[in-house]
Design a protein around this ligand. Structure first.
Ligand code: SF4
Length: 479
């Protein structure tokens, strides 16, 4: 058994070039994203103007919480501790992995079940556990498919969105036996049959495993309550049956109170699965004698988040509630799929969050702010009004400021010089008009990629200013 990793993936332009040639991938993505997107449109539409109000409120609550994050984090720690839980602080992925591995080792168990969690994927917890001889079993259906297939997730909500039913059937038949209960021999690619095979495979695991690892969609500071929203019931099993529960949660997941939570309970299901509410909403507060896990650990993860918080433009990315609406609406994601982004956070949110969390020290991270057409569709659907295009442009400025994309920078400097001088602009316009027949239909070099699918606009023989001046001259002559 081994876990795949995004390490060593090529930068977005290269990965995307390969991905767009995969017609099966494009078909799977188009069908899945359009289905979720249409469902979202219906349930958001039925709220009318209330949706805009909810969205503004969600955005305000998150902005306020992030501004006072130190206060709410301390309050959360107090509340969780008071309720019988233990709080651990992890400044980076290595520290979080060390803490979780130590906690599992202390239970004496070598198997853990997992609830779907972006934070644990971000820190590659499964790999760290595997190195310590602990096997982590994913229990979310899509995560299970990805794990069995030794694949990588490609969507925040539906990690196996890139796979079709027949591919999933093959994975189940080939790999399930190695991980536990095998798939039934005559398994078809009927969704019900596939779900039934996963259910039989997982149930035995739920009943046997005594330690679980989860993330959380929200952490309520004043009560110390953690909240997981899900659709399959696997989360509920992991959160209630085991003896020990370890939750790894990003520090930005805090909401101050239960009434704040109410806003997100309306925003998240509608934006993510296109439902009015999730089939399963699990909440837990510390430990309760005789009911559920008797030992609870909360690992609060920074891993670059406080650096993001220091950036006045980029910090809005921390408002993200991981609904994935921006992925489902993005024309770039729909064509390239999630793997091209080289991170567990794909799509528009990944293009702004990953380079901020990891820093833009690598070619992969430096390319991400350019993985967008800046059409703005992501901003329109975001339930917490994150202005993703604004952050993309901001990060592009940072890339060019460091000397990256030198050609573009030189071009912009030239444009600035020309447009800030009427004399220079006039001279360039006259020269362009005189040489208009020489302008090529296709630009040379890398700029050629742009003209492969677009026409270079015709250069007019005469500029507007010249035409206007000529018109004035004619009037004066006629007087
Ligand atoms: S950025 Fe907005 S739309 Fe995208 S996943 Fe986050 S909350 Fe959802």
């Amino acid at each position: 058994m081994s876990s795949a990793t995004f390490l060593g993936m090529p930068p977005f332009p290269e990965a995307a070039r390969t991905a767009v040639q995969d017609s099966r991938l494009r078909h799977n993505l188009r069908r899945a994203t359009h289905t979720i997107r249409d469902k979202r449109g219906l349930v958001v539409g039925e709220l009318g103007d209330d949706w805009a109000r909810l969205r503004a409120e969600g955005s305000e609550i998150k902005t306020h919480t992030l501004r006072h994050l130190d206060h709410y984090l301390e309050q959360l720690e107090e509340s969780v501790t008071r309720a019988g839980g233990h709080v651990h602080w992890a400044s980076d992925a290595a520290e979080a992995n060390r803490i979780v591995t130590g906690l599992v080792q202390a239970t004496g168990e070598t198997d853990v079940v997992k609830v779907k969690s972006m934070a644990t994927q971000e820190i590659e917890l499964n790999n760290a556990l595997e190195a310590a001889g602990i096997t982590a079993y994913e229990t979310d259906l899509a995560e299970l498919i990805v794990q069995l297939g030794e694949d990588l997730p490609s969507h925040i909500l539906v990690p196996a969105i890139h796979l079709g039913r027949s591919q999933i059937r093959e994975i189940f038949l080939d790999r399930m036996a190695e991980w536990g209960t095998p798939a039934p021999p005559g398994l078809t690619d009927d969704p019900r049959a596939l779900a039934e095979a996963a259910r039989a495979h997982l149930r035995e695991r739920f009943l046997r495993t005594r330690t679980a690892i989860s993330g959380a969609n929200f952490a309520v500071a004043d009560s110390g309550t953690l909240v997981v929203l899900e659709s399959e019931g696997n989360g509920r099993m992991c959160l209630t049956l085991p003896q020990t529960l370890i939750s790894v949660v990003g520090i930005e997941k805090i909401v101050p109170t239960w009434s704040d939570l109410e806003v997100f309970m309306q925003l998240l299901p509608r934006s993510s699965t296109g439902e009015r509410m999730n089939p399963y909403t699990s909440t837990w507060t510390g430990v309760t004698p005789g009911d559920g896990p008797q030992e609870f650990h909360l690992v609060l993860l920074d891993n670059g988040r406080t650096d993001v918080l220091a950036d006045t433009v980029g910090r809005q990315a921390l408002r993200c509630i991981r609904c994935s609406a921006c992925l489902n609406t993005c024309p770039v994601y729909e064509r390239t799929g999630g793997h091209s982004y080289g991170s567990v956070y794909p799509g528009p949110i990944g293009a702004i969050l990953t380079p901020q969390l990891r820093g833009m020290g690598s070619e992969v991270d430096e390319a991400l702010p350019y993985a967008s057409s800046l059409c703005g569709a992501c901003y329109e659907v975001c339930p917490v009004a994150i202005d993703i295009p604004e952050v993309l442009v901001h990060l592009r400025e940072e890339v060019t400021g460091r000397g990256g994309h030198a050609g573009e920078k030189a071009l912009m400097a030239g444009a600035e010089a020309v447009f800030s001088s009427p004399g220079a602009l006039g001279a360039v316009q006259r020269a362009a008009g005189a040489a208009r027949s020489l302008v090529p239909r296709h630009l040379p070099g890398t700029a050629g990629a742009w003209t492969d699918t677009r026409d270079v606009p015709d250069v007019p023989a005469e500029s507007f200013r010249r035409w206007w001046k000529g018109r004035d001259d004619e009037r004066e002559d006629g007087r």
